[in-house]
Ligand binder design. Structure first.
Ligand SMILES: [Zn+2]
Ligand SMILES: [Zn+2]
Length: 343
């Protein structure tokens, strides 16, 4: 006791500059656990941090999609044990405000995010409040488990949409979140059409059976394709998982009258929208922000083989190459779906 206990961590040093540094090993409180990190996924938010777009303090440790082994538990912790293979949610809400009490902790105004405001998982160890930690079965790998977080985002949004059997649904954007939405919606009985401009990702979604139909909105005549797949009037529901003006506009265009639009894409700039499109079609517009109460069911879906996470992992790097991982994930996007850093 008392001696300096350090660990290696990847930190945001400056715009497009990550560094592996020695930092103190986190100390836990009575309600926390310490996790020895095994796998961390890199997502668009992490790349946004990397590019300097989120204005976070220099020295911050990113990483919010992670899995590992519980190595220490606080005095009051009862839900997990030392040695558990576990994942953790990354939105630390206050638990006291109206939103937290209403069952919308993802909308808590006092929340702090692990990997943004709190030290993230791109380190040997990460401290997490125990109430956000969930063990997962041995049948799942640590790499797969690191993708429980993005799966939970998709599952949460799909659930907000309610009963999905036989609904004709379009998913705009066939990146990792879009492909996870395809899988969750299809598992719930919806007829899924994946839309993107990249032929490879569309072919992949079709080949895996995650999307029943695909449309390349750049190379194909959208209206003609919609007619072919018996959705000439528009889709019952559209999920937007890109976050740019073109796809937002497209979402409102291809939804049928009185249909539902779910917006998940993280927009980095305001967009111009033809509001009359929404008004005259009486569209129902829903925002969907992170997730709540979705981790246990996401783990269950993967354990029961209803969702395939493994096939989304296209690139893995050892922690020693974490700086390269960020550089390459940011610039070499071709045929890249999910990047994982292994510790
Ligand atoms: Zn993420
Ligand atoms: Zn709260």
């Amino acid at each position: 006791m008392g001696y300096y206990d350090g660990m290696k961590a990847l930190v945001y040093a400056d715009k497009e500059k990550m560094e592996i540094r020695d930092v103190p090993k986190p100390a836990i409180g009575p309600d926390d656990i310490l996790m020895k990190v095994k796998s961390v996924g890199i997502c668009g938010t992490d790349l946004h941090i990397y590019r300097g777009g989120l204005d976070i303090p220099r020295g911050t440790i990113p990483g919010h999609e992670f899995s590992g082994i519980v190595t220490e538990v606080g005095k009051k912790v009862t839900n997990v044990q030392k040695g558990d293979r576990a994942v953790a949610e990354h939105v630390v809400s206050c638990g006291k405000c109206d939103y937290c009490k209403m069952g919308k902790p993802n909308l808590c105004g006092h929340s702090k995010i692990i990997g943004l405001h709190l030290s993230g998982a791109l380190a040997k160890y990460v401290r997490v409040p125990a109430n956000l930690v969930y063990p997962f079965p041995n049948s799942m790998t640590f790499d797969e488990a690191a993708l429980i977080e993005p799966l939970s985002i998709a599952l949460y949004a799909a659930r907000e949409a309610g009963f999905l059997l036989d609904k004709r649904i379009a998913v705009l954007g066939q990146g990792p979140i879009g492909l996870l939405l395809d899988q969750v919606l299809a598992a719930a009985g919806a007829l899924v059409t994946g839309i993107d401009v990249r032929p490879n990702t569309l072919a992949f979604a079709k080949k895996m059976g995650w999307a029943h139909h695909t449309i390349n909105s750049r190379l194909q005549n959208l209206r003609a394709r919609m007619k072919e797949i018996k959705s000439a009037d528009g889709f019952d529901m559209v999920f937007e998982a890109v976050g740019i003006e073109k796809t937002a506009e497209l979402a409102f265009d291809i939804t049928r009258r009185d249909g539902n639009v779910y917006l998940l894409g993280v927009f980095s700039a305001p967009v111009r929208i033809n509001m009359m499109n929404i008004i005259k079609k009486e569209l129902n517009i829903h925002g969907s922000w992170t997730c709540a109460f979705s981790f246990p069911d996401s783990i269950d879906l993967v354990a029961r083989k209803k969702v395939d996470l493994k096939s989304l992992i296209t690139h893995t790097y050892p922690f020693a190459n974490a700086v390269t991982a960020f550089k390459e994930a940011n610039s070499y996007t071709h045929n890249r779906l999910k990047t994982i850093i292994k510790l």
